[in-house]
Design a protein around this ligand. Structure first.
Ligand code: CO
Length: 177
């Protein structure tokens, strides 16, 4: 009897493992399909010369460890950027909120960050500020947001997440060539 039970359990396990693999394969095939649709657009990122008004897709993600996955983004003058921010973590907007804020040259980041910290009701963007070129709204784990904006003149700009305390780690350079 014991052997029979064991054999049944073994069989059941094999069937379950088999099903699990099927599901995995399904998920992977879905994942593979999604990027192929945008690949035609994203290849334009590599073109050496940008035409005026060209839309360039940029994506950046933030995680639960308070990190962006990029500390540098390069674009070309004359382009329009379609930037997508993905929060790949699980924590809520209130605890580990992320946004993407592009600052004008000469902005004092700690000063801006401190002003932003007391602007929770305004997506942590100081009201009436003239230091922001473009920004997304604040998002939480699993969410994403896309914005479009005109690339500013050639130069090096700072981007940050303006959630309280995040700018120290979540920052990078936005370089316009
Ligand atoms: Co953040």
């Amino acid at each position: 009897m014991k052997n029979l039970k064991f054999a049944f359990l073994l069989l059941a396990t094999i069937v379950m493992v088999g099903c699990g693999e099927d599901k995995k394969e399904e998920k992977e095939s879905i994942k593979l399909e999604a990027p192929s649709e945008t690949s035609a657009v994203s290849t334009s990122t590599d073109e050496p010369v940008a035409a005026n008004g060209e839309i360039v897709e940029v994506s950046i993600s933030g995680n639960d460890q308070m990190q962006f996955n990029k500390n540098e983004i390069r674009v070309k003058a004359g382009q329009t950027v379609r930037l997508t921010l993905n929060h790949v973590g699980e924590m809520s907007e209130k605890v580990m909120g992320h946004n993407w804020v592009l600052l004008k040259k000469g902005t004092d980041i700690p000063e801006f960050g401190n002003a932003a910290a007391s602007a929770s009701e305004n997506n942590y963007i100081p009201k009436g500020t003239n230091n922001v070129i473009a920004n997304t709204e604040m998002i939480g784990g699993g969410e994403s947001v896309t914005i479009e904006f005109q690339v500013p003149e050639k130069g090096s700009y700072d981007f940050i997440c303006s959630f309280p305390g995040h700018y120290a780690l979540m920052k990078g350079k936005f370089i316009v060539e």
